[in-house]
Design a protein. Structure first.
Length: 474
């Protein structure tokens, strides 16, 4: 074999020249045969380029800094770029990494030159010759040309599904993103605004009664306070467990249906589809399979709970139900509060940004983006609704709340999974409220006004709230 481990000292010139053979999976081309990645069945070791090799699952792992390729990588990498350009292969990235099975034999040298392209090239003698050059210039490393796409890594968007890492049932919506700042303007935290009862779920004592908060979640929470440091951190995810399972299930169902169609066409005596149509089905299968794999493998913890309202009422006797999750992986500084445009006067614009917060106004048209029912429109009812809820001891509390009535084309303005979604004016896209509840069988949704939410956040955290890129004068 032309592979060597970091412990071996096998100079490139001493490596035996390998036969110009390649192996191919549905979305990758390997040169030369990468034996340790194939299933143990020896029949898989000598498949030609015309066949799809049956690969065990492989993942990216960091390269070893002590590997011999480290001495030449800075000089070799530009020559690989030049080779690809000369052969007119457009790439998104070139990586020198380890590509191995989850339970691979670590004694194997898995260091690989991974070339990510959007369109997989045809296997031709010219391509094989180029891969052979890369293979030998890197001292005998495997070369993988994989179909993929490199892009900016977007954070969860407004209206995305949201949940809790250790709770398989918690399911809500990311309402938007806010900055918490000191009086002097210094940034303290960048957070997602969500619903408290999703982060710290209520409990059901009696099936006939509404869920109620757990005793430990009645009061407010702020991780900067001494008493909070004794509690275990709550890590939050996007999407939620239920939504993630649903997405993966949808991908799998689509794969099963498509595979059945391909099987019927291939085994049918009649020529139902042309070869070109069959190839298009195969491409569609690969696309669905890749999307499903990305959904399963991608990281989805967005951060830990920073602060929460608890089960409390505002000074005006309105429900408070908010939580802030500090984004732990960095924060997108632009377009983070981008939402769909719902104003016909700006029909040329597909999206808008939430620039301001305001008070709800009666009879004003509004809309929301939720993870369960997507974008819906409605009108703020001119009369407050009196909504019952229960404290930890089961005592009923009735509060007068803002109510949004859905427009005729929608059965409900919001549903289970939409808690935390911001209510926006259709004309301005200003945030006027935050959904905390509604009717499960369709109809109105109940909303806490944004001024009440903002005022309480500032009181609990001791900080000022700011929409990213926009100053808000509370």
């Amino acid at each position: 074999m032309a592979y060597f481990t970091p412990m071996q000292r096998a100079p490139a010139l001493a490596l035996p020249r390998m036969a110009p053979t390649v192996s191919k999976s549905h979305n990758s081309i390997f040169y030369p045969h990468d034996f340790h990645r194939y299933a143990a069945d020896g029949d898989h070791l000598f498949w030609s380029a015309q066949n799809d090799a049956k690969l065990l699952p492989i993942r990216f792992s960091p390269a070893e800094p002590s590997h011999q390729v480290a001495k030449i990588w800075k000089k070799v990498a530009p020559t690989i770029v030049a080779l690809l350009d000369r052969h007119e292969i457009t790439f998104d990235a070139i990586d020198c990494v380890c590509r191995r099975q989850r339970y691979a034999d670590l004694s194997n040298d898995d260091h690989t030159i991974v070339i990510t392209v959007r369109i997989l090239p045809e296997i031709t003698p010219r391509l094989v010759k180029m891969l052979d050059k890369i293979h030998h210039r890197t001292g005998g490393l495997a070369v993988e040309v994989r179909q993929g796409r490199v892009s900016t890594l977007s954070f969860p968007r407004v209206g995305a599904s949201f949940g809790v890492f250790k709770n398989n049932e918690a399911n809500g919506t990311i309402g938007g993103f806010v900055n918490l700042i000191k009086k002097n303007g210094d940034l303290v935290a960048q957070c997602a605004l969500v619903s408290d009862h999703v982060v710290r779920p209520y409990v059901t004592i009696d099936a006939e009664e509404m869920p109620r908060p757990a005793a430990e979640n009645m009061g407010s929470y702020c991780h900067r306070k001494k008493q909070a440091k004794k509690q275990r951190p709550i890590y939050c995810t996007s999407p939620s467990h239920p939504r993630r399972s649903e997405i993966i299930s949808n991908y799998r169902n689509a794969m099963v249906q498509l595979a059945a169609e391909i099987l019927v066409c291939k085994n049918s005596a009649a020529e139902i589809m042309t070869q070109e149509e069959l190839r298009e089905l195969e491409k569609k299968k690969s696309s669905i399979q890749g999307a499903g794999t990305r959904e399963i493998n991608k990281g989805w913890i967005i951060g830990r709970l920073f602060a929460a309202s608890g089960y409390r009422l505002s000074p005006h006797n309105r429900r408070l139900d908010w939580a802030l999750v500090e984004i732990s992986q960095g924060f997108p500084s632009r377009h983070v509060n981008k939402v769909e445009n719902s104003n016909p006067q700006y029909s040329h614009m597909h999206t808008r940004r939430i620039l301001h917060a305001d008070r709800p106004r009666s009879n004003v048209g509004v809309y929301k983006q939720g993870s369960a029912t997507a974008t819906t429109t409605g009108v703020i009812n001119p009369f407050r609704s009196y909504v019952a809820s229960y404290d930890v001891d089961g005592n009923r509390i009735v509060t007068a709340e803002w109510c949004v009535i859905p427009d005729e084309e929608y059965e409900s303005f919001a549903h289970s999974g939409d808690s935390g979604a911001l209510v926006l004016e259709r004309g301005s896209a200003n945030a006027v409220g935050m959904i905390f509840g509604g009717h499960l069988d369709g109809g109105p949704a109940y909303v806490t006004s944004m001024p009440a939410v903002i005022s309480d956040i500032e009181e609990i955290t001791g900080l000022y709230i700011q929409l990213p890129g926009v100053n808000y004068d509370a």
